[in-house]
Design a protein around this ligand. Sequence first.
Ligand code: CMP
Length: 141
Amino acid sequence: AIERTLSIIKPDAVAKNVIGKIYSRFETNGLKIVASKMAWLSAEEAGKFYAVHKERPFFKDLVSFMISGPVMIQVLEGENAIAKNRDLMGATDPKKAEPGTIRADFAESIDANAVHGSDAAETAANEIAFFFPAMNVYSGR
Ligand code: CMP
């Protein structure tokens, strides 16, 4: 089915100047960018976005990292978009990511891991709504 998923290019990858290379991977693999914006998140926004991880030991480092620089936030649309984006990203820990995935090619560590992508349909809907009002998602057909 055609799905939408939320993707974030994290501060490490924005600083490396690889937004275009990562967008190109989405596009050549059938994922269409239907909303996009650059933002420099506040600690409050990053904490709310990652609220599901609030009790995890890495939460504080995760929030500090996500506010260390601007991020690029986009909605990707396409067949099986949630799983497809996760395949393109590779494992959370770049050391475990398959060669040729975004994290294997652009990420340094489990914290500075280049990209975030929604993990399921319900989280995708919530994460998209967190950053984009429905009127600012432009389904391109
Ligand atoms: P992301 O997909 O953005 O979701 C939560 C983030 O927490 C994850 O990517 C990692 O960058 C970060 N993180 C740090 N340590 C861990 C861990 N042990 N397990 C999962 N995520 C972690």
